[in-house]
Design a protein around this ligand. Structure first.
Ligand SMILES: [Zn+2]
Length: 267
């Protein structure tokens, strides 16, 4: 089985031994990991990690961006820096993790909300300029995100990570060329809407992720942190919901992720 984790924060400091985490992931069938960034002062760390650990049997594909929950760490010069990285590093597969968040009360305040939108649209504009897809963080603001994408005119699509919206909201993203990412939430029987949406969407617009070290699957909820090696639990859950074979589904999901991020796998 060849699994692709479409969202894992492998550079998070809690992963103290990267080689061991990757070894474990590889043994559990993970052969590719998309590693999105969250704040500018980690970009070089993430790129160095990619150079050090990317290998033919377990590919690492980085994305660079500023996450909305790290708005406080953002400085205007980071946009110029991001543009420089995107111009120079041709193995960056997407701009991400970027987006909007209405879940955190502080970020809903008018001033911070405006700053979120401005930062998001500026990063969408960079993705458009460099013809790159995006990896989206979207909590309780799907219509705002769709509006921003249309306003900027981004047509490269990408992935909506940890999708938790409705079937209709999913279709709005699909119409813009996006795939929807499903992770640990799928493994909880109480997550009825997410499970129903994941079961009903066309297979061609699905991808899976761990979001490690976050989003522990139900089987591991006693653990302190999630690992990319747990991706098979998400796959098993999705295969079960869709009543299909896990092996066939894994092959399709691999290709969906490659397509969403226009990855040149063997270059
Ligand atoms: Zn993330």
């Amino acid at each position: 089985m060849q699994l692709l984790d479409s969202h894992c924060h492998l550079d998070a400091p809690v992963f103290k031994d990267t080689a061991a985490v990757l070894q474990q992931a590889g043994a559990a069938g993970v052969k590719g990991i998309i590693v999105p960034a969250y704040q500018a002062d980690r970009w070089q760390v993430l790129l160095d990690m990619q150079v050090k650990y990317d290998q033919p049997t377990l590919r690492l594909w980085p994305a660079l961006g500023v996450h909305p929950l790290f708005l406080a760490e953002y400085r205007p010069q980071h946009l110029d820096l991001l543009a420089q990285y995107l111009a120079q590093q041709d193995h960056i597969v997407a701009v991400g993790e970027i987006g909007l968040d209405r879940y955190e009360p502080a970020l809903r305040e008018p001033e911070l909300w405006q700053r979120q939108v401005a930062l998001f649209e500026a990063q969408l504009a960079l993705a458009k300029q460099f013809n790159l897809p995006v990896i989206l963080h979207a909590r309780r603001c799907h219509s705002d995100i769709v509006r921003c994408i249309k306003r900027v005119g981004l047509n490269t699509g990408g992935i909506v990570h940890a999708f938790s919206g409705s079937f209709e909201e999913a279709n709005n993203y699909i119409a813009l060329g996006f795939k929807l990412g499903f992770g640990g939430a799928l493994t909880y029987e109480s997550a009825r809407r997410i499970r129903a949406v994941a079961a009903a969407l066309p297979q061609s617009c699905l991808v899976i992720e761990t979001d490690a070290p976050d989003m522990l699957p139900s089987q591991c909820r006693h653990m302190t942190q999630n690992h990319p090696a747990n991706l098979f639990l998400v796959l098993a859950s999705l295969a079960n919901l869709r009543q299909t074979s896990a092996a066939e589904l894994a092959t399709a999901l691999w290709q969906n992720t490659i397509d969403a991020l226009q990855i040149q796998e063997f270059l």
